[in-house]
Design a protein around this ligand. Structure first.
Ligand code: ADP
Ligand code: MG
Length: 667
């Protein structure tokens, strides 16, 4: 008998489905009031999903996979993780995970759930997105994260042992990461797939196929492999839909407006237009507070969309599809849907991946409309005709798997130990051309060997540094650093002339350390027109610099094939230093004793190390450093040293530094 299901209690009615062996539940007639009278509690109980609480818990207990379909606003995202916790799924150090397709959604639903539970964000309820981990291991029991982060966790722990349940939310978005996540699993790990619009039958058929069922082991706590589907009936608040041919009043009653456009450029243009409009004193729009929203916008500016609307003003949020799912923007009453979004499309024949403006699907249109009517009735204005919506708009978008360059997906699968990639059983199989193209590219880059096994092309730390640079927007600079680090030395050997060499170094030396110094040298070299004389004058090895140029070219080719765009951060060395730390966090050291050549200890193993005399930080002795490599002569010397801020370490590698805890106490 199951642990959470009480026999004889409000057992929901079972309806057998003849076709798929799938079990459906119908709604029970009423919900039992379990909670006190706190306002938020009452709000929670009013949500449609509340009536299905027992049924959902029953299904999750009994079935390895449960598919929850319910309209936007029914309470799936914020409530189901809490129900699971209340039912005991977080006991015994286990964690309930809920994935979201976008970071903004992760952050905002996590803070809402923390608020509903009356806890501080980052304690019982936390979240993890790339470069930001707001969880407290051992304390956090409900964790929101992007599907990409979960996939990355899977690389370290393929069975995802710390999780009891994983809820893949907004599954209709069908990102590359979620489709990959569905491939392998631990028999007792529960999967909940939830969405407002999902082809529940095809998903269920996928999980019913024998290959995808977890291995059946006799025993009390192993769930049934047959997936269950539950449909959560009931809506949030009504949203009136208006199509473009209808006329509607320009004077709508109070309420914020959320406008969906396609990308940063058209959003900025629209913001400018509205602002100019607002300047004219007579203008009707002067009461507007215009806010852009897209993923590249600084965090503080993104957060403005969540702040309360000042009295007498109307917020107008102009957004990409990052606001399309999961978000509750409290003041929003009106949604304007342009009917378009920017989507990635890959052509395996030309091997080109493009971001193009394309029509959205009905599923997306419903999600967009759903952003109104979250806390009160709303209206959605669709800038296309009803006929277009009904007759031409596709029901669902094309899964990312079928419109992407699969190079990084293949690397991920290979590193999960999944080798038979061509014979693979996907929910929506990618085009064979795309798969073959990806394998070809990886083979020609030397990432896969003759047996299609992963090789290590670059040192993993350098690779990580370059990948992070891509996210920090400083790949131009970081590949230069990577190239310099991969050769012996860029200085001419100057036995007996150490003093002169040191003087020369001062011309280029950067306070941040060697890595940034190398950038100064590279710049100087380019400015000299790559002149051998310039090198000679500055004790720089001309052959070595030519090699740096060559390696740099190779790296550029590699990045382009991997679909990355070279970007310079100009003079922002912070981005560069953080990217370096993201790769080399394991090589962090703290100064222990000051003096001529101070003694450092490695954080990882408390080994004594010193800064190599060739480093620009020799005798400078910053408190925290990371190094590239160690040379041992009479002592252990760190080569290529960079001064860092220790907070970057936890940011870059929360797991690593939480396990070790060598510094937070002392810091
Ligand atoms: P679903 O995932 O089914 O779309 P959610 O669980 O995200 O639904 O939200 C359900 C409802 O809870 C919303 O429609 C809204 O009424 C309320 N809610 C959620 N988040 C917030 C928030 N940040 N502020 C106010 N109300 C919220
Ligand atoms: Mg949701």
């Amino acid at each position: 008998m199951s642990r959470f299901w009480k026999p004889g209690a409000e057992r929901p009615q079972l309806l057998d489905d003849e076709e798929g062996g799938v079990i459906f539940f119908s709604a029970p007639s009423s919900a039992a009031g379990l909670y006190g009278y706190a306002n938020l509690e009452r709000q929670r109980q009013r949500l449609p999903v509340y009536k299905f609480r027992t049924a959902i818990l029953y299904l999750v207990e009994k079935h390895a996979t449960s598919i929850v379909v319910g309209e936007t606003g029914s309470g799936k995202t914020t409530q189901i993780p809490q129900y699971l916790k209340e039912a005991g799924w977080a006991e015994g150090g286990r964690v309930i995970a809920c994935t979201q397709p976008r970071r903004l959604a992760v952050q905002s639903v996590a803070s809402r759930v923390a608020e509903e539970m009356g806890v501080k964000l980052g304690e019982e309820v936390g979240y993890t997105i790339r470069f930001e981990d707001v969880t407290n291991p051992g304390v956090t029991v409900i964790k929101f994260l992007t599907d990409g982060v979960l996939l990355r966790e899977m690389m370290d722990d393929p069975l995802l042992t710390k999780y009891s349940v994983i809820m893949v939310d907004e599954a209709h978005e069908r990102s590359l990461s979620t489709d990959t996540l569905f491939q392998r699993r631990r028999p007792d790990l529960r999967l909940i797939i939830s969405s407002a619009t999902i082809e529940a039958k095809s998903m269920s058929a996928f999980f019913s196929s024998s290959k995808k069922r977890p291995i059946q082991v006799p025993g009390d706590h192993i769930p049934e492999a047959v997936p269950a589907i539950i449909s959560v009936e009931g809506k949030g608040f009504p949203v009136e839909i208006h199509y473009s041919e209808e006329s509607f009043s320009n004077y709508e009653p109070a309420g914020d407006i959320l406008v969906f456009l396609t990308g940063q450029d058209d959003i900025e243009a629209a913001v400018r237009l509205l602002m100019e409009d607002g300047q004219a004193p007579e203008s009707r729009s002067s009461g507007l507070l215009i806010l852009p929203l897209y993923s590249g916008l600084p965090r503080a500016e993104q957060d403005l969309v969540f702040s309360p609307t000042p009295k007498g003003k109307r917020k107008v949020i102009i957004s990409t599809n990052i606001a399309e799912t999961s978000l509750t923007l409290e003041g929003v009453v009106y949604v304007v849907d342009s009917g378009f979004s920017k989507q990635r499309f890959y052509n395996p024949i030309s091997d080109i991946e493009n971001l193009v403006v394309a029509p959205i699907s009905k599923a997306s249109a419903r999600q967009r409309a759903g952003r109104a009517g979250r806390v009160r009735p709303g209206k959605c204005f669709r800038l296309y005709t009803e006929e277009y919506f009904v007759k031409e708009m596709p029901n669902e978008g094309i899964p990312e798997m079928q419109r992407s360059n699969l190079v990084s997906c293949v690397i991920q699968l290979k590193s999960l130990g999944i080798d038979n990639i061509l014979g693979f059983d996907w929910i929506s199989p990618p085009a064979p051309e795309s798969m073959i193209r990806a394998l070809e590219v990886l083979y020609s880059l030397g990432v896969l060997d003759d047996d299609a096994k992963l090789t290590t092309l670059l040192d993993p730390m350098i690779s990580k540094m370059i990948l992070s640079a891509n996210e920090y927007g400083c790949s131009e600079e970081v590949i230069t650093i990577a190239a310099v680090l991969s050769i012996q030395s860029i200085w001419v050997s100057m036995r007996g002339a150490q003093r002169e060499l040191d003087d020369v170094k001062l011309r280029f030396a950067a306070a941040e350390g060697d890595h940034i110094t190398y950038l100064n040298i590279y710049k100087g070299f380019l400015n000299s027109g790559k002149s051998p004389q310039w090198c000679h004058k500055n004790f720089i090895n001309y052959q070595a610099m030519k090699k740096v140029l060559e390696i740099r070219e190779q790296l550029i080719k590699l990045l382009k094939r991997l679909g990355m765009i070279l970007k310079s951060c100009e003079k922002d060395t912070l981005a560069i230093r953080k990217a370096i730390v993201a790769g080399f966090f394991a090589h962090a050291c703290r100064l222990e004793t000051f003096g001529q050549n101070g003694m450092y200890k490695t954080l990882r193993s408390s080994q004594e190390v010193h800064i190599h005399p060739s480093s620009v930080l020799f005798r400078v002795n910053p408190k925290w450093v990371i190094y590239n490599s160690i040379v041992s002569t009479d002592r252990q010397y760190m080569r290529h040293v960079l001064a860092i801020d220790p907070s970057w370490l936890t940011e870059a590698a929360p797991h690593f530094y939480q396990l070790q805890k060598p510094y937070p106490a002392a810091y």
